[in-house]
Design a binder for this molecule. Structure first.
Ligand code: PEP
Ligand code: MG
Length: 554
């Protein structure tokens, strides 16, 4: 048994398919450096053609937002600095494969040394591109081709999967992912969760332990990987997998129905998404709306912000996919642990307490207004609601609303249409916002409680710091009191309240939230069905009778 980080729930059993890159990168001396540079330029052209092909394939199968990652690859190939460094190394008399590898290693270590998990993950893009170039220079064929023809029940084992590899892969044939590297935000982890494929990442030395064709069990709940297990263990896991499948089948009936509590109260179940094509999975699982579209992912992994048109296309795609159901789109929430190099945010000692989310947007008015205009333009394609993150004061909310008004006026002047029924809401994710929620409720149409941050800011614990994770307790009465206070204040003013933090996906906490009167739960698309089921098993009156107990017990 080996262990790693569980990043996508479920049990997967199948035969290992090892994705190994065996490019030989020998160093040898070149006398005709001009000719070697020509060979390098030809490899670049070929790589660009290959990437454009994969991009086309990804656009058709995954949507244009996921395909955008290949723009980053093309950018690297077109980057004059990258090309210059390789050429200089060739001019010093080394072969192109070696020059590419050395240059890639330089950029990789630069990115890996940065204090930002997201940027560190981007070292993968450099690696992906350089491996492609080296393979082309070596005259080897495309190893990704094998990933297109996977057998049913394949467990993919790799150092880490590159976006080009996952794009080529027939995901219906994949029973699990095991990777040597990566974390919760790595590309493999995001893809695995989107497609509900069990995955364990960060499994040290796994490539030396699993061979092609080995029988592998991936336990995406506990982060366990078992290789060629004995009959008894295999049977146990097969039984669990069967039960899981049966449970999933039973849950499917909730996909087509609205749900009410035992005593007849309607509780809406919406989905949290990060990429437009996840809306399809949300719909398949019976989401009654999108409760949180985290738009920051459109802004990451690139060297400049997405244009108004590009954003418009992404927002329109989600609104159209949701066919008139509510779509709450959150404006840009970066800063904190998600930094964006092109915004040149200064290093901060406490980035979570610094220039993050709405604070950053109010300081980058044009960036913010561009997003608001894209949202307004998209509003005619569905039921859009705009939501501002991390509000702490009524002043910030007024400022954000006045920029929204400016955006509306500019569009009006240009004769561009937008809906006149767009609701505006805020996330309640700071204790300050919860404490003045009676005042804020007058200024908005709805609240959505972001408990991931509300817990971090109330209990003074960095949500990314493992050393204090033992204090991260959603049931701490300080948190529950703030939630209850927010719901009561909103209801007094006739406004609805949702919860879009992780606790809305927790079956044990959902009854408490229902007892507090929460109107909507926005959850990971994979959890929609089980949360709907939980709602039908909950009795509001019983839960209400327990409210005071929850607010007191520590
Ligand atoms: C939250 O804080 O609960 C939330 C949903 O926002 P994020 O996790 O994106 O900060
Ligand atoms: Mg948040």
């Amino acid at each position: 048994m080996i262990t790693g980080i569980p990043v996508s729930e479920g049990i997967g059993i199948g035969k290992a398919v090892i994705v190994k890159k065996e490019n030989s990168i020998e160093r040898y001396n070149i006398s005709n450096t001009e000719k070697e540079i020509e060979r390098f330029i030809e490899a670049i052209d070929k790589a660009k053609k290959e990437i454009s092909e994969i991009k086309k394939h990804a656009e058709q199968n995954l949507g244009s937002d996921k395909a955008m990652i290949f723009d980053a690859h093309l950018l690297i190939l077109n980057d004059p600095e990258f090309v210059k460094m390789v050429k200089e190394k060739i001019q010093q008399g080394t072969n192109a494969e070696w020059a590419v590898n050395e240059t890639a290693k330089f950029y990789e270590s630069l990115l890996l040394g940065l204090d930002d998990e997201y940027m560190r993950e981007r070292a993968n893009d450099i690696k992906d591109v350089s491996e492609r170039l080296i393979r082309i220079l070596n005259g080897e064929s495309d190893s990704e081709a094998g990933l297109k023809n996977l057998a049913e029940g394949s467990i993919i084992v790799a150092e880490d999967l590159t976006p080009s590899e996952t794009a080529q892969m027939d995901k219906t044939k994949v029973a699990g992912f095991v990777t040597q590297q990566g974390g919760r935000t790595s590309h493999t982890a995001i893809i695995a969760r989107t497609y509900e494929i069990p995955a364990v990442v960060g499994v040290k030395g796994v490539l030396g332990k699993i061979k092609d064709g080995d029988i592998v069990i991936v336990d995406g709940y506990q982060g366990i990987v078992l290789i060629n297990p004995d009959k008894q263990i295999l049977e146990e896991y097969e039984k669990r997998m069967k039960e899981e499948k049966q449970k999933k089948e039973e849950l499917k009936r909730f996909a087509v129905t609205e749900v009410k509590t035992k005593d007849g109260r309607k509780v809406k179940v919406y989905a949290n998404i990060a990429f437009p094509d996840e809306a399809e999975i949300a719909i398949k699982n019976g989401a009654e709306g999108i409760g949180l579209f985290r738009t920051e992912f459109l802004f990451m992994n690139r060297s400049s912000p997405p244009s108004e048109d590009e954003q418009f296309a992404a927002y329109k795609a989600v609104l159209e996919k949701m066919e008139g159901k509510p779509v709450i789109i959150r404006t840009l929430d970066v800063g904190g642990d998600k930094s964006i190099p092109y915004l040149n945010i200064e290093n901060e000692l406490n980035p979570f307490l610094g220039c993050r989310a709405i604070r950053l947007c109010l300081g980058h008015r044009e960036l913010f207004k561009t997003q608001l205009k894209a949202l307004l333009r998209a509003s005619v394609y569905g039921n859009l609601k705009i939501m501002f993150p991390m509000i702490t004061t009524a002043y910030e909310l007024k400022e954000a609303k006045s920029i929204l008004q400016e955006a509306k006026e500019e569009l009006k002047k240009q004769g561009i249409e937008f809906s006149d029924k767009i609701e505006v809401g805020i996330m309640i994710e700071t204790p300050a916002a919860a404490l003045v929620s009676d005042i804020l409720a007058d200024e908005v149409d709805f609240f959505s409680i972001g408990t991931n941050d509300l817990i971090q800011y109330t209990l003074a614990i960095d949500r990314t710091n493992e050393k204090v994770s033992y204090l991260y307790d959603p049931l701490n009465p300080a948190i529950l009191r703030l939630i209850k206070m927010t719901v009561d204040n909103a209801h007094k003013k006739g406004k609805e309240v949702g919860v879009c933090g992780e606790i809305a996906s927790d079956e044990n906490i959902v009854p408490i939230l229902i007892g507090f009167g929460v109107d909507e739960l926005s959850v990971n698309p994979a959890k929609i069905l089980s949360i709907k089921k939980k709602i039908t098993e909950t009795d509001c009156n019983i839960e209400k009778s327990k409210v005071n107990k929850y607010l007191q017990i520590n």
